[in-house]
Design a protein. Sequence first.
Length: 318
Amino acid sequence: MSTTRSLSVPLSLSAPRLRWPHGGFLLAILFVLAGAALFGRWPLVALLWQQATADAAQRERAVWLPDYRVDIEARPLAGIAANLSGLTYDPDRRSLFAITNAPPEIIELSLSGDVLRRIPLSGVRDPEAIEYVGPGEFVLTDERRQALVYVRIDAGTRAVDAGRAPRLALGIGRNGNKGFEGLAFDAASGRLFVAKERDPQHIYEVRGFPFSATAAVDIAEDAARDAALPGTDLAGLHFDAASGHLLALSEESRLLVEFATDGRPLSSLSLAAGRSGLQKAVPQAEGVTLDDQGRVYVVSEPNLFYRFTRPPPASPAG
């Protein structure tokens, strides 16, 4: 088994949108370093430093989360009372799919948070994440069993029986209700990123499931990326094909972090009150995805929907 690890991103010291004036730059850095030393949060320091010192070319190539502001905040999903978890974007239907575990359901949403349909789900004990992997094709996680489950959903699907679906049981570091919380798929390489929530946190990279010409499955970890996690838990993942960067969501830290291709933390979006345009903190973020226009979507327990967008570039003066 190769070696790749997981990501985590917590902390209420959440990473600010750093654009310091030149004169105060050194003082601000020293202040952050001192705070991190006090709380033992050196991965957060690395994130803040990278974010503060990134040049225009790096920001242009990245998703660059500090530019985002909320434009739909805490919209309750109609008819969904609680247990909202997991989120993915379907580029074919131009809609979102979320999941709940009590009762187990797959929920299709519009890009503004309207509930389009609810699909009863059976054959999975504790579904926590859902990921689009191809037209009509999705992978779910069964958290307690630490299993990945391949299912098909099309326009006519009214129920999903995952009990008969192809699955991959990993059973790595079983730890009750602290299992697989997030998924992300890199279609170009066939990598499925799988986030283990905590105790310990990991991001596994799985090749060979659900698509493989052979029966071989490879599971890798990235120890350097794991060591760079600036938090204590993982709640969701998203792979951005345009930049090749991985986004990791932390519920405990109220933070979304962008990781570069070499595993370095690059930028962040705070989900705390008063940050990123939010009136109130996101209470319990459980899923994240981006659409093909670069908009960021987050869902939170019990039943809340958020959307973040970048302001349009300023028109040249003239």
